[in-house]
Design a protein around this ligand. Sequence first.
Ligand SMILES: Cc1cc2nc3c(=O)[nH]c(=O)nc-3n(C[C@H](O)[C@H](O)[C@H](O)COP(=O)(O)OP(=O)(O)OC[C@H]3O[C@@H](n4cnc5c(N)ncnc54)[C@H](O)[C@@H]3O)c2cc1C
Length: 448
Amino acid sequence: MIVIGAGPAGLRAAEALVRGGVRPILIDEAEQPGGQIYRQPPRGAARPPEALYGFEAKKAVAVHAILARLGDAVDYRPRTLVWNVSGQRIDTLGPAGHRVLDFERLVIASGAMDRVLPFPGWTLPGVFTLGGAQIALKAQGVSVGRRVAFVGAGPLLPLIAYQYAKAGAEIAAVLDVTPFSAKLKHAPGLLAEAGTFAKGLWYTLRNAAAGLTVHSGVRAIGVEGEGRVHGLWWRDAAGTRHSVACDAVGASFGLRSETQLADLAGCAFMFDAVSRQWVPQRDGTGRSSVPGVYLAGDGAGIGGADVAELQGERAALAVLEDVGKRADAARAIALDRKLARQARFRDALERAYPYPSHLLDDIADDEIICRCEGITAGTLRAAASERDAHEINRLKAFTRIGMGRCQGRVCGHAAAEILARTPGKDIASVGRLRGNPPVKPIPVGGLP
Ligand SMILES: Cc1cc2nc3c(=O)[nH]c(=O)nc-3n(C[C@H](O)[C@H](O)[C@H](O)COP(=O)(O)OP(=O)(O)OC[C@H]3O[C@@H](n4cnc5c(N)ncnc54)[C@H](O)[C@@H]3O)c2cc1C
């Protein structure tokens, strides 16, 4: 039994498997358990949990304690990348080199990454994703710049602005591309998780008290500078242009599920019209369309850390049921109930912070969309209209979009949106980039 990912979902899955009498292999490419939200600083760089995780300190401590408590009951393999799934096998690269592991049951809890949208100047040194800026602060204790501007859509924006301000960075601007009206409209749905809603409100109020104005409904953005970031401009809802000087920018627009491993495992996908992304199908228990493969956490649809913990445990109970081991049926019912309540909240959250694909409406032909291969918006548009590349994998074949080191994880969404803007197409009809191994760059030497 293999669990991929030692974030909240994977750790809870491993814990529940152990409770059911199984010794799972738990694999993660990170050095320490915790995943994204509960990412730990390097060993020796101790900072108190309250300073690192704020309101989530208790949860972080509890999640970090899982492996220490389970000890040898889990075969934990950190610093190990799973770069392929093929049939009942996975390929890994870790401290001991390349390995091929057979599995009977596989729980994929691969999490998410920032969703990136190109804008003028986005490839300049000094532009980070919001999550990247947060990782620098959380894991390394450094700010990405002295005077930083943040742009985004979603709850991470006020949180990261707050964390940077608290750490002593100068905040040049906080720009929210979400219209205030969208947030207001879905406020009743957000109250399904009143505690989480209150935390979001708290960060917003603290930012305001610290003199940080969040500009909502921003319609266009661009980074200025030569060789590095010197400033940021934006257009407000009325179309008026503004600019600020800064030496770093954190920008991203929600999260995208890391779906490549589920894809390689052969899982069926569905298009989620609200978040405008393709996600692997799973039922309420975490079973995928492929017998023996289970999905938990953000890797199969963004649900947040609390949902990830619940889904991880739930998927493990499904595994135990399927292999005829003792699974706690009452606990499964309780988890299903909690997950149903969270689903209402997540739906409202996705609707309150819609993916701002409109930022791509007027993107210039010479703007780079794929930074691995240097492919511009104009090249994509030309292939779409002149070569009838009506589907994203065909566009890839003509232009090499998604063929570089990121394998489309950074550029794929933007390329699909640009293709969807050619006549007669829409975002669901252009499809999704198919996953290919290796899902992340690996050295060729030592391949089995
Ligand atoms: C950069 C970033 C910052 C975030 N910050 C916050 C925050 O401050 N507050 C908040 O509420 N939410 C935050 N989120 C969202 C939150 O982290 C997630 O909702 C939550 O962590 C989901 O848990 P998970 O277990 O599904 O995935 P994750 O916590 O992402 O864990 C997935 C794990 O899988 C591992 N993994 C993935 N692919 C492979 C592979 N191929 N081989 C081996 N290991 C692999 C990763 O190393 C990771 O440890 C953030 C998300 C991101 C991407």
